[in-house]
Design a protein around this ligand. Structure first.
Ligand code: ADP
Length: 360
């Protein structure tokens, strides 16, 4: 991460926001470093767009503050915040050409004609649309229109760039291309980016840090690998991908798998009572002929469904303890529903989570 010249930090402190009787953000605290690319990931309705609206100034918090480089933004109109915004639906001005669309924020800021022309030219090449300036938005594909919207959002060197599901309307292939382009643009400009998505792959692959939202609260935040490999809750584990987890009891420093009558030494977890031991689907292997060793738990299971997924095969399995999860097998494996298998679970790779069934 390289913070650009204009990049600024964003801080939300004890922010509350309700619509009517519905609490949308509940005492939210969030910090984004200058030049950082942070994704807000979470199910629909968890409050992500509301955060963007508060940062952009389209709405005000009921309590708490939004700070830009330490300065309180309360009462400052959106057009005076020097923040670029990209929405899912492009929202280009249909009657204006591509160049006029990109030029618009510069006009609003009273930038001279010569400077505008130069900045628009640079922005067009930044999004690989040189030569498209005279077209109307309707003459462009969805992906090209979104590139124009991105150029318009960065042409005035914003302190922060907010992106709300910017690739949500595009097909999968195009989304992949634009993900890489946005990542490159972030590296080139060094601008602070807050990116909203409900697509976990997008959040994991693009960001410096991922903030997982659940019901208006931050459920977990961290580097993509941390939240993926070390989810703090079952909600995060489920939201970020497939896994297998089994129930256990924590007491003192040990975790006991009751059904298996096995005790697992596991110090420093600080949990008591019902817990779950969780493995990502790629961390579960099938037991082989070799002695598995004392840190590998072998567990019989039944294959319930098999789904071929190109590079791998995904299998839903039910363990002898009655737990259900998804594991990965080789692309060419020939398992079928009903097959009996034996899983090899590496205790050193397990995440230990509170059982917390209500929050799944
Ligand atoms: P997300 O972006 O995570 O999908 P939002 O922040 O858009 O979530 O919405 C969170 C909740 O706030 C939703 O239940 C939504 O219906 C409600 N909400 C958002 N904006 C408004 C509004 N202007 N008026 C009333 N309710 C709203």
């Amino acid at each position: 991460m390289k913070a650009g010249h204009f990049a600024k930090s964003i801080r939300l402190e004890n922010v509350r926001k309700s619509y009517g009787s519905q609490i949308v953000l509940d005492d939210l605290n969030l910090h984004v470093e200058p030049g950082e690319f942070v994704s807000m990931l979470g199910p629909s309705g968890s409050g992500k767009t509301t955060v963007l609206n508060l940062v952009a100034g389209f709405d005000d918090p009921d309590a708490g503050s939004v700070l830009l480089d330490g300065g309180n933004m309360t009462g400052i109109a959106p057009e005076h915040r020097n923040i670029g915004v990209v929405f899912q639906n492009y929202s280009l001005f249909p009657h204006m050409s591509v160049a006029e669309n990109i030029e618009f924020p510069l006009r609003m800021r009273g930038v001279s004609k010569a400077e505008r022309r130069e900045a628009v030219g640079k922005a067009l090449s930044l999004v690989a649309l040189d030569g498209f300036g005279d077209r109307k938005p309707e003459q462009l594909s969805g992906g090209q229109q979104q590139r124009v919207a991105i150029a318009r959002a960065v042409v005035f060197n914003p302190d922060v760039l907010l992106m709300d599901e910017p690739l949500g309307a595009l097909d999968r292939r195009l989304r992949g291309d634009l993900q890489l382009e946005i990542k490159t643009l972030h590296e080139e400009l060094g601008v602070t980016i807050i990116y909203v998505t409900h697509d976990q792959e997008e959040a994991l692959s693009m960001s410096d840090r991922v903030v997982v939202f659940n019901k208006g609260r931050v459920e977990q935040e961290g580097k993509p690998r941390e939240v993926y490999r070390r989810p703090a809750t079952l909600f995060v584990a489920d939201f970020l991908g497939d896994s297998l987890s089994i129930s256990a009891m924590a007491s003192g420093d040990s975790v006991t798998l009751r059904e298996l009558n096995t005790e697992v030494a596991s110090s420093g977890h600080g949990l008591q009572g019902p817990v779950r031991l969780l493995w990502r689907s790629d961390q579960v292997s099938l037991a082989g002929a070799n002695d598995p060793g004392d840190r590998i738990l072998t567990m019989p299971a039944t294959v319930e469904t098999v789904a071929y997924a190109g590079t791998i095969t995904r299998m839903r399995v039910k363990t002898s303890t009655g737990d259900i999860g998804v594991i990965e097998a080789a692309e060419d494996s020939e398992f079928a529903a009903g097959d009996a298998i034996v899983l090899a679970l590496d205790l050193d790779k397990a995440s230990l989570l509170p059982a917390d069934e209500d929050n799944r």
